[in-house]
Design a protein around this ligand. Structure first.
Ligand code: ADP
Length: 575
């Protein structure tokens, strides 16, 4: 039966029982009141009439009022005959009463009349007694019937009380439980409600839903597994080594190329913390360096090439640390792991080596004849060799300038090749900052004079720095040379040396054109020149200076205001 039907029937039964109780109780109450009324009407009134008649007799019938009282009550008694034999006695009483008035000695008749009244009273009193007992019996029956119906009502109500809430609430709580299980992704949960009521239909619908979810999950799992296998195959077939880590730095994947260069067996390291692996593997230790500081917001980090012995030869790899982040439901970025990518740059490195070798050889080979040319030009200027006319002098000066420019270029190229191949030798020791600055100024004195540029020098006190003084003179000389070259004629170049914490700062300030902001990040790149620069140059000076300063444990910085000039600052550690 349906739940709705069950509720209708149960509540209907309760209403019917209450109705039955009301009808039965009303019936018995009515019976009781009508019995009482009958007794009152039939017997009690007769007693009242008899009592009045007796009163009239006692007061004497010679008084016409008493005669009237007797006659009236006798008349009422005649109309209220209810018991068997009562009519006869009343009849005799009436005859006696009639004769009392006519008789000369009515004593005997009065006695007879009194007896008649007493008989009527007795008859009615017995009737009252009888009827009262009959009413008591029917009262007892009424109590029994009402109690019986009451007990039945209570029993039925109790049965409904015990069963009905459970019948409705139990399936609902089982359903709630099952829905919670489904929410926990336990799609095996099924409902088993018997019967064809609403709960049965609900169970059928629920089971169908759970089955669909289960099959959907299985299909999804298969799809995910297929996708996972595809991605794993792709990563495994990548020529570049790739290592994947989760947010707790546990190793989650590693392709064949990575296990080849690291010498690790994939099965042995998957799931392990990369810090534990790094303890016993030098290469992994290098690979995970500065990984732990890497945050979500930062872009992939590239570091200097790593030299690894792979494929039977020395190979070069560029390491890229890529933080992997996802956006959660609230739109916040969450770091879920890192990918370490090693790009094999060996072919480029080999080409680079060949280029460096070539430049080194050419610069070296050019340097000797160029020096000879410069020396010969100087000799030609000497009057002892012979007198030159003005035109010849001009030509020789031009040759001399070109030769010294070529010499500058070749020595810059040689410096670059030495820095690239790591052959640059540094003699680091304690040097006097003022002396370094003075030598660099001296080297640029003529150039400044040619452009009428004043050099304002400000060196505060005696400052000792840790550096290779020869290389530092080159660096500062290059910065001062640039400041002069990119300044307007008849302007000023400021040169300052001052202490800055545990460093000494060398500042070279000019009031020339300055550098446009978009070129500032590339200004220290090799071969970079600001587009449209009319001065001659190779774009190597600043990059060589930067490498030389950093090799000595220092820093080089640029502050520039496009249109008003620039300040290059070199910071070197104090001794
Ligand atoms: P270059 O031999 O071209 O001077 P550098 O490496 O010394 O090479 O300088 C690179 C570029 O930086 C120059 O081409 C020039 O455009 C710019 N530059 C360097 N110093 C200054 C300066 N003081 N003021 C303006 N531009 C400068």
């Amino acid at each position: 039966m349906k739940i709705k039907g069950k509720l209708y029937v149960s509540l209907g039964v309760l209403v019917a029982m209450v109705l039955a109780m009301v009808v039965i109780s009303s019936y018995f109450l009515y019976q009781l009141s009508s019995d009482t009324r009958n007794i009152l009407k039939a017997n009690y009134n007769s007693l009242e009439y008899c009592r009045n008649m007796e009163l009239a007799l006692n007061q004497g019938l010679d008084n016409p009022d008493n005669v009237k009282l007797f006659r009236d009550n006798l008349w009422k008694q005649e109309k209220n005959i209810t018991e068997p034999g009562e009519a006869r006695i009343t009849e005799l009483l009436k005859i006696d009463f009639e004769n009392i008035g006519k008789s000369i000695s009515p004593e005997k008749l009065l006695v007879q009349a009194r007896k008649g009244i007493s008989d009527i009273m007795l008859l009615n009193m017995e009737a009252i007694k009888r009827k009262t007992s009959a009413t008591q019996t029917s009262n007892g029956n009424a109590v029994f019937v009402v109690s019986l119906v009451g007990v039945i009502c209570v029993l039925i109500s109790f049965t409904l009380l015990v069963n009905l809430p459970g019948n409705i609430a139990n399936p609902i709580s089982e359903l709630t439980q099952s829905i919670k299980e489904i929410a926990r992704e336990n799609y095996d949960k099924r409902l088993h409600f018997e019967g064809k009521n609403e709960f049965g239909e609900l169970a059928k619908a629920f089971n169908a839903m759970a089955m669909k979810l289960d099959s959907y999950r299985t299909a999804n799992l298969e799809k995910l597994l297929e996708e996972k296998t595809r991605i794993e195959t792709l990563i495994n077939n990548m020529a570049d080594p790739v290592i994947g880590l989760n947010e707790g730095f546990g190793l989650i994947f590693m392709n064949d190329a990575a296990s080849q260069v690291t010498g690790l067996t994939r099965e042995k390291v998957i799931g392990k913390n990369v810090q534990d692996i790094a303890i016993s593997n030098d290469l992994v230790r290098v690979l995970v360096r500065d990984l732990f500081e890497l945050q979500t917001a930062k872009p992939p980090v590239k570091t200097a090439p790593i030299k690894i012995y792979a494929d039977g030869k020395e190979s070069y790899f560029e390491r890229e640390l890529i933080p992997i982040s996802i956006e959660d439901a609230k739109g916040a970025t969450q770091l879920i792991g890192h990918v370490i990518l090693l790009k094999n740059i060996t072919p480029f490195k080999e080409l680079d080596f060949a280029k460096t070798n070539f430049i080194a050889t050419v610069s070296h080979e050019l340097k000797t004849p160029l020096s000879a040319i410069q020396m010969s030009v100087n000799l030609l200027h000497n009057k002892k060799v012979g007198e030159l006319n003005a035109e010849q002098n001009n030509l020789i000066s031009g040759i001399g300038e070109d030769a010294s420019r070529l010499l500058k270029i070749t020595s810059e190229l040689l410096n670059v090749t030495q820095l690239e191949s790591g052959l640059m030798q540094l003699n680091i020791g304690s040097s006097d900052a003022r002396e370094i600055m003075n030598y660099a100024i001296l080297a640029n004195k003529t150039a400044a004079e040619q452009k009428a540029i004043r050099m304002k020098v400000d060196v505060s006190g005696e400052l000792k720095v840790k550096s290779d003084s020869e290389k530092m003179i080159c660096v500062l000389s290059n910065l001062i040379s640039n400041a002069i070259r990119y300044s307007y004629d008849n302007s000023e170049v400021e040169l300052k040396v001052e202490p800055r914490g545990d460093m000494v700062a060398f500042l070279v300030t000019d009031y020339g054109q300055g550098i446009a902001p978009q070129y500032v990040p590339r200004i220290f790149d090799r071969y970079f020149r600001v587009p449209g620069s009319k001065k001659e140059g190779t774009g190597l000076g600043l990059s060589i200076s930067k490498e030389l300063v950093e090799a000595q444990g220092g820093k080089i910085e640029l502050q520039t205001d496009f249109g008003s000039g620039s300040t290059f600052t070199v910071l070197l550690p104090v001794v």
